[in-house]
Design a protein around this ligand. Structure first.
Ligand SMILES: Nc1ncnc2c1ncn2[C@@H]1O[C@H](COP(=O)(O)OP(=O)(O)O)[C@@H](O)[C@H]1O
Ligand SMILES: [Mg+2]
Length: 271
């Protein structure tokens, strides 16, 4: 199979006032269509910088190595025009970040926001875009999708907001969803529900998923493969199930130890 996404020698350096921070240092990996891969590592290990690179959304003070390559569905992302990248972003690659509140416009009704990617990618009819958005909201496991649709973000719970953000991300049926700590801001019960939703949507649509987390327990139940990141590098690339019993790197062992308290995720990981 041709990989959906190929990252080769990704290097990212952040520049500050007289300082430089090497956030990503020679990261290479590939994702097959439909594959679910976890990118796990301690805070500051370079996970978000890697995720943002895939979307070409790094902040202005970030420099990417000249030799870095990211190929997605035949496009070299770093060589592509802004227009070409915008055509991919939100349509072929979608993203969900940690904090659902920041992803939503406080002054816009939910239905209109969820419909936005359709309008941004060429749908001329607002009515058709809203209909598409409503259909997607109805698949998000909301107790009352119609109420959520006419609400403003502040009228919703954190879990509802994250379901809305996921609906927006999935609206145009992306081939790849990049989810960066999508449940870290949620309490444990809601977190489990959102993970269920993501897993169910991934299985129903066959999209590939790059799931970023600092917690191995969170990703264990949904990712076939886990990449362990430490200090800007991929330390380990292993089937998730194997990682629980054997780790090559001490950082992977740390993650397993930290996650071992989470009995639920371990049980699901062995299914
Ligand atoms: N906008 C930024 N400017 C400068 N340094 C940054 C910026 N974003 C992240 N960093 C630094 O880059 C490193 C990697 O950060 P990040 O990719 O956010 O890690 P993670 O997502 O694994 O927690 C960290 O040392 C972090 O402090
Ligand atoms: Mg991060």
């Amino acid at each position: 199979m041709t990989p959906l996404l190929t990252i080769e020698s990704l290097g990212v350096t952040y520049r500050g006032r007289g300082t430089e921070r090497r956030a990503v240092d020679g990261v290479s990996f590939a994702l097959e269509p439909g594959e679910t891969v976890a990118l796990v590592g301690a805070s500051g290990s370079g996970k978000t910088a890697t995720a943002l690179s895939v979307l070409r959304l790094l902040p202005g003070n970030a420099r990417v190595d000249a030799a870095s390559r990211i190929r997605f569905e035949g496009t070299e992302l770093f060589a592509a025009s802004n227009e070409a990248v915008r055509a991919i972003r939100g349509r072929r690659i979608a993203m969900v970040f940690q904090e659902p509140a920041t992803a939503l416009n406080p002054r816009m009704r939910i239905l209109d926001q969820v419909a936005e990617p359709a309008l941004a990618h060429g749908e001329r009819s607002a009515t058709a875009a809203r209909a598409l958005a409503m259909t997607m909201l109805e698949q998000m496991g909301l107790a009352d999708a119609a109420r959520v649709a006419r609400s403003y973000p502040h009228e919703l719970s954190g879990g509802e907001r994250q379901r809305v953000v996921i609906a927006m991300a999935l609206l145009l049926h992306p081939a790849l969803l990049v989810a960066d700590e999508p449940t870290s801001a949620l309490d444990v019960t809601v977190r489990a529900q959102i993970l269920d939703l993501l897993r169910e949507r991934q299985r129903a649509t066959g999209m590939a998923l790059l799931f970023v987390s600092h917690d191995l327990a969170v990703v264990a139940s949904m990712c076939d493969r886990t990449l362990v990141m430490h200090d800007g590098r991929i330390d380990e690339d292993a089937p998730t199930r194997r990682l629980w019993t054997a780790q090559h790197s001490p950082y992977a062992a740390d993650l397993v130890r930290a996650a071992s308290g989470n009995v639920v995720a371990r049980g699901e990981g062995g299914e």
